[in-house]
Ligand binder design. Structure first.
Ligand code: BES
Ligand code: MN
Ligand code: MN
Length: 459
């Protein structure tokens, strides 16, 4: 097939496209850690500048109660459809630093992969949209109106995004949202994410005696908060690995046999999955496949647990307190506030008399499902056919992007999740990476989507 002008432009400018991304990756915009606040702001400033260079009508830094949002737009004709691009420039903490083969904020390219915190989630993926925009501007212009909203708090629950969306309805009004923040099944099997799970994240504290005690003098006579916490957490799953919180499954949508069959048609290699993770067997709710367990079923996981003595050597102590961070992934039609409430009531009810239990909610997000019979899904599918030569498989991802359901509820807008990451990209882990191939191919696919979408127009 003959090269398109966009393919040629991307090819000719790829070194610079990569260089600019590396500059962004050098900025440690860790939203969770206030020590990085000025860097986080610097990342927003860098993006604003790059949007301006690429030719937007305007680009601005919008203040919020937390990290700022970068907003930019190019309006060519109000009669044409408008696509709102969402991304996030904040990244997860890079800890533990010692497990990285190269420093997380000193990007390197090795074997065609860019290694850095945020390389895939989400700087590499959001930056494709800037370069897709530039490529269109330099080759005859954009096909439809474009708005860009890049936030800095996704990794900490998008707390201030709701207020921004409510206060800026006109500014961000659009026909569809476009997001690259998910992954493909593989580079041989392209896919489009049509479902995301919601999230309910909280911290628990179990308080026992008023001070740490000698575990010999008092052990056996006083409830040990760490023992108690472990027992309480263990009781949250039954023998079928179902969650025991009363009412937890009440609102879970059960899929029809046909829907489940369709979902399980997506290529998945269980042996490869186990081998990749170094596990002998998978685990999960009885009666569901691995793809179903992460895609359409809710879950409960301990993210961290601590208390007592964890330093070198041994110290005989009966700790006064124990803590855990717990997350629950939710599916339609569960509601994160409601689930947090159910957890809290249940967790307190199973505590023995000798301890006090505190539950502190962190953040939440709602699940979302995107219809595949829509104009926007069809345009995304056509884009993959054009640029990858394959029809993409619709998949339900286990992760959460709170803004997707927020846009559905607040603005009645669906999102197209055109993500190009891979499971092997190590997002949230040491040695995060993003393939140069995926970066460049993603730019091409984004342009193709916009072209197809603008052609077909609004439903
Ligand atoms: N990009 C991810 C979400 C994701 C990952 C979707 C993999 C699909 C596949 C996003 O940056 C993320 O990490 N979200 C958080 C949500 C949160 C902190 C509210 C998550 O899923 O833990
Ligand atoms: Mn992300
Ligand atoms: Mn993330």
């Amino acid at each position: 097939m003959e090269k398109s002008k966009y393919q040629s432009y991307i090819e000719e400018n790829k070194e610079r496209f990569i260089e600019e991304l590396l500059e962004l990756l050098k900025i440690p915009s860790v939203s969770a850690d206030s020590k990085f606040n000025s860097d986080t702001r610097r990342a927003a400033g860098y993006l604003k500048e790059k949007f301006e260079e690429a030719g937007v009508d305007k680009a601005e830094i919008c203040e919020t109660a937390g990290h700022p949002i970068v907003y930019a737009e190019k309006i060519i004709d109000p009669a044409l459809p408008t696509v709102l691009v969402y991304g996030h420039y904040d990244v997860q903490p890079a800890d533990p630093y010692e497990l990285w083969d190269s420093p997380p904020f000193d990007p390197v390219i090795k074997d065609g992969k860019i290694f850095a915190r945020g390389a895939c989630d989400d700087k590499g993926q959001l930056y494709m949209h800037l370069k897709a925009f530039e490529a269109m501007m330099q080759n005859g212009g954009v096909f439809c109106n474009l708005k860009f909203m890049i936030e800095g708090e996704e990794e900490v629950g998008s707390d201030n995004l709701g207020v921004f969306v409510k206060n800026n309805r006109d500014k961000i009004a659009a026909d569809v949202v476009l997001i690259s923040d998910t992954s493909l099944i593989s580079n041989d099997v392209p896919s489009i994410t049509v479902g995301l799970r919601g999230l309910s994240y909280l911290e628990v504290e179990v308080v026992g005696p008023n001070r740490d005690l000698h575990s010999g003098r008092y052990g056996g006579a006083v409830a040990n908060p760490v023992n108690v916490l472990c027992k309480m957490i263990a009781s949250l799953h039954d023998e079928k690995n179902r969650i025991t919180i009363p009412g937890f499954y009440d609102k879970v949508q059960e899929l029809s046999k046909e829907e489940r069959k369709k979902l399980n048609e997506a290529p998945f290699d269980l042996e490869e999955f186990k081998q990749d993770l170094g596990i002998k067997e998978v685990w999960g709710e009885e009666g569901y496949t691995t793809d179903e367990r992460t895609g359409i079923r809710p879950t409960l996981d301990v993210n961290g647990i601590w208390g007592g003595y964890t330093g070198e050597g041994a110290k005989t102590v009966l700790p006064s307190k124990a803590f855990a961070k717990i997350s629950m992934r939710l599916v339609p039609d569960q509601d994160s506030d409601e689930i947090t409430g159910l957890f809290s009531t249940h967790f307190k009810s199973i505590a023995p008399e000798g301890v006090e239990v505190k539950v502190r909610p962190h953040h939440g997000g709602e699940p979302a499902v995107i219809p595949i019979d829509s104009v926007h899904y069809k345009a995304a599918s056509a884009a993959f056919e054009e640029t990858w030569g394959k029809t993409p498989v619709p998949t339900r991802d286990g992760g959460s992007i709170p803004v997707v359901s927020l846009f559905q509820r607040e603005l009645g807008l669906d999102s197209v999740m055109l993500g190009f990451g891979l499971d092997s990209d190590n997002i949230h882990s040491p040695n995060e990476k993003y393939g140069v191939f995926n970066y460049l191919k993603g730019i091409e696919t984004i342009i193709s989507f916009l072209k197809h979408y603008a052609d077909k127009g609004v439903e």
